[in-house]
Design a protein. Sequence first.
Length: 185
Amino acid sequence: MVRIVGIDHLVIRVGDFAKSKAFYGKLFGFLGFKVLDEYADAIGWTNGKTRFWIGPADLEGKIRGYRIGNIGFHHYAFELRSRKDVNDLEAFLKQEGATIVDPADEYYDDYYAVFFLDPDGLKLEGMKWGEATAKARAAKARAAKARAAKTRAAKTRAVRKRAAAKKAPARKSAKSKKTAKPRKK
């Protein structure tokens, strides 16, 4: 059976190639991507795992433009390392004057994201899911490990105490020590 092992690349068409190239160049630089290759009519970036390309739309595409809700691309999400990275991305986007359509927030249970638009209005997202759940699981695992360590330590102390008791000579109490009385003849 054929299995997909990942998404190799995404290619989008843009209305103003120079403007989009500048926008994506800054965005991908911030996100740790490097230029993969560049041609007169296309440029692609990669982070070693994901590839993202842009190229100019044809005349008809430029006239029609992009509208969320049309058939096709709705949005593209970049999975980030942490909620902090989502917040840092939002700050970067604000600094660059990008249009933020939904600010950094929790949109679903343990799904934290910021949504923004490229120069043509294509919706993009920086997101992190599962971080709070992972932290809760890790804390639960640490607590269980600490409880197990305490139990092991208590058992070790009990074993050592019993072993020490077996090795020690039996002691007689002060009452059991009687002085020998002389025998009467």
